[in-house]
Ligand binder design. Structure first.
Ligand code: NAG
Ligand code: NAG
Ligand code: NAG
Length: 392
């Protein structure tokens, strides 16, 4: 399927390229030698492409194995027409600590209907940052790529690796469709989420392979109607919703569907995480047809006591979780607690449903169990381990 998508997208390029003007970064003075900073050439090519009303192509050619060194760069719209941004060559970040702010290396801002595609490798040069963070010499590590204000965004077939922080962020962009992505960072790289989507509605993420040091996919606050399917995730922290309600804020998430995926060698499998003291709701969430292998700390997790620094005081109030369904899930758990529904005492989880859920222990000598507090709902069909808080 992935292969078919790749072929299709190249056919599209070949057909449309005949009619559309091309803005090749080489024409604007890029060197593509991996050493010269090509940021200025990219910005000049962008300025011209963005002003063209004929649906142009912005082309980062890969011919001859070109790799382009870029500093922080912002591609900003609105543009005169709908652009295709083709990345066939490699992009590489400076191999030094270049910011101490919360920052992003490559930003696409206010460019509705842009399509970013190509199979060039985008290398965030993260290792120097991970080292710096581990020694407490850095506080923030930048993201590789962020889209903000890009409604009807398409992102196809990009390869991202070794981000200092998160890899790809979609923010305030409705009707975004991401597919065919390949994202990799080492399992022990800190906070290197694969994809974060927030403040966006009607989005899809599909046919992608993600292995990172944090969430493969995180669905953040103010996300509505987001479908995630055909994802291969591992290593990492699985596919997560949240965290929500940090510092007492109201966060809402609704209409999230995660299906037809494989999650392996991850910390958790599918998790919803909220902070004590928060407000708002997370509802109408479904998980369907997902396979798991060797999940270490809970395959199904609702954690309303989320506290990564382990020093959170107890607070009343929480994000209300309801209408969460788990259907057709199977696989292996390393920990004995395979299902963990740790819901808030002030805001119990309502309408949790499970059907055809079956987990087996990774090692024969452990017995799987479920942990439940403040969770209500029902189970039907086969559910193992037994989850007595759900009425059968
Ligand atoms: C997500 O899937 C649901 C159920 O199939 C569908 O109703 C909805 O339109 C889909 N949303 C998007 C953004 O594709
Ligand atoms: C999950 O595993 C089952 C049995 O091996 C297989 O039939 C099914 O296609 C798999 N589903 C996914 C989404 O990988
Ligand atoms: C929070 O509440 C839990 C359970 O009621 C209790 O075990 C824990 O000691 C409390 N923690 C603090 C910091 O008060």
């Amino acid at each position: 399927m992935e292969f078919v998508l790749i072929i299709l997208s190249y056919l599209t390029v070949a057909i449309i390229a005949g009619a559309s003007p091309i803005y090749n970064v080489m024409t604007y003075g890029a060197r593509g030698d991996g050493k010269t900073d090509d940021t200025k050439a990219f910005l000049n090519a962008w300025k011209a492409a963005c002003a063209d009303p004929r649906n142009p192509y912005f082309v980062v050619t890969g011919k001859g194995g070109k790799i382009y060194l870029l500093s922080k760069i912002i591609f900003e719209g609105p543009c005169r027409s709908s652009l295709k941004f083709l990345i066939s060559g490699g992009l590489v970040a400076p191999n030094r600590v270049w910011t101490n702010q919360i920052d992003t290396w490559i930003v696409f801002k206010n460019i509705p209907t842009i399509t970013v595609l190509g199979n060039g490798l985008i290398d965030g040069k993260g290792s120097i940052w991970w080292d710096c963070l581990s020694k407490n010499q850095c506080r923030n590590a930048p993201y590789i790529m962020e889209f903000m204000g890009c409604d009807y965004l398409r992102v196809k077939n990009l390869n991202l690796k070794d981000s200092p922080g998160k890899h790809l962020v979609v923010y305030k962009s409705d009707y975004a469709a991401l597919s065919g992505l390949k994202i990799t960072s080492p399992e022990d790289s800190p906070n290197t989420d694969g994809i974060l989507i927030s403040d966006s509605q009607h989005g899809t993420i599909s046919y992608s392979t993600i292995g990172v040091g944090d969430d493969c996919i995180a669905i953040g606050p103010r996300s509505y109607d987001i479908n995630v399917s055909h994802i291969t995730c591992g290593p990492g922290h699985g596919i997560s919703i949240g965290s929500l309600g940090k510092n007492g804020v109201e966060d809402n998430v609704e209409g999230i569907h995660i299906s037809n995926s494989h999650i392996f060698n991850t910390l958790t499998g599918i998790r919803i995480k909220t902070w004590q003291g928060g407000a708002g709701h997370a509802k109408s969430i479904s998980y369907e047809n997902i396979n798991f292998t060797s999940v270490k700390a809970g395959v199904i997790v609702i954690d309303q006591y989320y506290c990564p620094e382990l020093n959170c005081p107890n607070k009343t109030g929480n994000v209300a979780i309801s209408e969460v369904s788990y259907l057709g899930l199977q696989g292996s758990s390393v920990s004995d607690v395979a299902i963990k529904l740790a819901c808030s005492s002030s805001m119990p989880c309502r309408d949790i449903t499970m059907s055809e859920v079956s987990f087996t222990p990774q090692q024969a000598n452990i017995r799987l169990q479920s942990y439940c507090i403040n969770a209500q709902g029902s189970a039907s069909g086969h559910v193992t381990p037994q989850t007595p808080c759900l009425k059968h």
